[in-house]
Ligand binder design. Sequence first.
Ligand code: SF4
Length: 254
Amino acid sequence: MIFSKEQIRQQSKSFESSSPQEILSWAIDTLAPEITMSTSFQTQSMPLLHMAIRIKPDLPIQFLDTGFHFWETLIFRERMQMAWKLNLIDLYRDSRWDNFCRQFGRELPRQDPNLCCYIHKVQPMQKGIQGYRGWISGIRRDQTEERARAEILEQQPDGLLKVNPMLNWTSNDIQAYIREYNLPAHPLYEQGYRSIGCSPCTRPVSQDELDRAGRWDGRGKTECGLHTSMFTHKELQELSGNFVLNPLDNESTN
Ligand code: SF4
């Protein structure tokens, strides 16, 4: 089924008062088997994962293995894959970056986190969702200013339909669902890691901070790029002040 922009806009608007389960059911009924979902296995991701596999147990689940995760995240991923029999797909950086990362990899998250996220998250996800017509993500409007402007259904420039069923849920809704179904928590949650990404870019937060305040703290960054524009070619060229991506372009402007 192909939707016009107007149909997507109307459908998205009508979902504003729907539950995440209703939105998920519609998306899976409409697009399966050409629909996938991404998860980071942090505590607040568990409700969406739980809802999705109750509707479609073999839904392809994409996990970005950046190489910078806390070991607790990787162990938790293993536990959950075995316990919930997930159809899990691990995504890795393209091997063309290996030489570059061998040389600069450890400093990259501090020196140039945008380039680092492009290499380890955005590009692998772009590859991972190729061939699908729908991509389910767990972003919420209460997380960041960027996310507050998101829509429940968003058509990407390449035609992919991004589905954001949790958009209108709050942190309290997430906690209530976790309690209701007694869902497991990421091992670091109790230590104040309410939002968990890669270890060099995550710190625990205090009670009076927002959940995502500990992500890229002090680096002028709140998003990895997955849920914004996924980087256009122009933005890619502007990514880095530290590393020259295309020396020929650079020469021509000097
Ligand atoms: S979150 Fe940090 S370590 Fe992970 S890919 Fe982005 S910059 Fe690199």
